[in-house]
Design a protein around this ligand. Structure first.
Ligand code: SF4
Length: 62
């Protein structure tokens, strides 16, 4: 299983983030308070789909 790390400093905080749309479990989601991408590790299954979805390298494999 892939372990994912999300780096908010590398993220451009796009409310239409392609990673949040690609993630099948909602582990990467748009925070309703900040309108920015956020990561909930408890929902991540380690499928790895997000690794090729972020154009800024904000999601990486540990
Ligand atoms: S590894 Fe899969 S489940 Fe986890 S954040 Fe990435 S796309 Fe979502």
């Amino acid at each position: 299983m892939t372990t994912i790390a999300f780096d908010p400093d590398a993220c451009d905080r796009n409310p239409y983030c392609p990673v949040t749309r690609a993630c099948p479990t909602g582990a990467m989601y748009i925070d309703k308070r900040t309108f920015s991408p956020a990561f909930d590790a408890s929902k991540c299954t380690g499928c790895g789909t997000c690794l090729t979805s972020c154009p800024h390298g904000a999601v990486r494999e540990l």
